[in-house]
Design a binder for this molecule. Structure first.
Ligand SMILES: [Zn+2]
Ligand SMILES: [Zn+2]
Length: 95
């Protein structure tokens, strides 16, 4: 987890937090209650290659507590959700 903290600090310097949108924009509504307009609240980090994405709260909650596995697109691998890190962005309550 320590490796990702500088990334968050860098992110804050580069981007106005209010401009951050959920990266999972193509995920269909309904399955996870994800809405494409929602702001990103969590940085999730894959255990394999460290691939990361910004996701809204509802999508993060779904992946962490309800999904059987999470798919790393880059490695085409599937991992149990507890292998992933869910890092709340500053000012965001953990899930
Ligand atoms: Zn990967
Ligand atoms: Zn979302």
């Amino acid at each position: 987890m320590l490796d990702t903290i500088p990334d968050i600090e860098l992110l804050i310097e580069l981007v106005d937090m209010e401009d951050l949108r959920c990266g999972d924009v193509n995920h269909p509504r309904g399955i996870s209650f994800h809405t494409a307009e929602a702001s990103a609240e969590f940085l999730i980090v894959a255990p394999c290659c460290g691939d990361r994405g910004l996701l809204c709260r509802t999508r993060s909650y779904y992946l962490k507590y309800q999904a059987a596995t999470i798919h790393c697109m880059r490695c085409d691998a599937r991992w149990a959700p507890d292998r992933y890190q869910f890092i709340p962005l500053p000012g965001v309550l953990p899930i």
